[in-house]
Design a protein around this ligand. Structure first.
Ligand code: UDP
Length: 257
């Protein structure tokens, strides 16, 4: 189903993960991207209201934009460009959070808002365009590793299984509705990531530097105190282990081609 279009099916609960999350994909059709977040939120909140069920929103660390404080905690309002190339995603997700809060305040809809920080793992698409899959595929193929900008920007990478366990714990508990950060509070620079991937792949790839995309955030690091306090959750899979599992996955995918 296209979440931009209203839907009426009897449901017990809703996880709204609709919307591409990779910058190259969400920027390809920006109007569709913001419609997916805004109209999708309205349609699924209406559905939750009608069937009186819980609805979970996959929001994003992008609501913090290019943050002026680090780590980012949920009470930080963000530093977002409303008219840039990332805005279709950032502002769409921000408006969706607004809608979730207003449906909660006005209609008592049972909401959960999770702010997801950079996540990776097996089953990512080879052409996803985000940094982990790009670097791994490039390293395994012996191609140049493309670092955008000077490579000193930081990200904190969460392995997918950890994220999903956080989703489920958050959805199932009844104490807090969010917004709640979910991510791995272990930042590293893109230069460091490139080196780690090259080492783990025993690759001969070399690093090349390309233009930094507009509005690319300089740093991103989740403060996960809320998740730790209310969900007793924190990531269990370290980056080395997570990267190794992801590398094994892409080795198999590339071997089949
Ligand atoms: N990046 C990079 N090379 C790539 C893809 C991404 O250096 O091939 C950088 C990108 O500019 C950003 C960081 O890696 O600073 C994370 O990018 P990604 O697209 O994975 O997610 P974002 O956090 O920007 O949404």
């Amino acid at each position: 189903h296209n979440v931009q279009v209203p839907i009426d099916i009897k449901v017990d609960g809703i996880f709204n993960l609709a919307c591409p999350a990779s910058p190259v994909h969400y920027q390809r059709n920006p109007v569709e991207t913001i419609k997916t977040s805004v109209l999708g939120a309205i349609n699924l909140l209406e559905l939750a209201k009608k069937y009186n069920c819980r609805v979970f929103q996959a929001s994003t660390s992008e609501v913090y934009g290019d943050p002026s404080t680090s780590p980012q905690s949920e009470d930080y309002w963000g530093n977002v460009n409303p008219i840039g190339i990332r805005s279709c995603y950032d502002e769409g997700k921000r408006a969706a959070e607004t809608l979730f809060m207003d449906y909660f305040r006005n209609f008592g809809v049972d909401i959960r808002i999770a702010r997801i920080f950079n996540t990776y793992g097996p089953k990512m698409a080879q052409n996803d365009g985000r940094v982990v899959s790009n670097f791994i595929v490039q390293a395994l193929k012996g191609e140049n590793i493309t670092i955008y900008g000077d490579g000193n920007q930081t990200r904190s990478l969460c392995y997918v299984d950890d994220l999903i366990s956080g989703f489920i714990k958050f959805y199932e508990q009844t104490k807090v509705r969010g917004p709640m950060n979910l991510g791995n509070p272990d930042p590293l620079t893109m230069n460091e990531l490139a080196q780690e991937v090259i080492d783990l792949c025993s690759s001969k790839s070399v690093v090349v530097y390309e233009k930094l995309p507009l509005d690319d955030p300089l740093r991103r690091e989740p403060d996960i105190s809320l998740a730790t306090k209310y969900l007793n959750w924190s990531p269990a899979i370290g980056r080395r282990e997570g990267l190794q599992r992801t590398i094994e996955y892409f080795k198999k995918v590339l071997a089949l081609q």
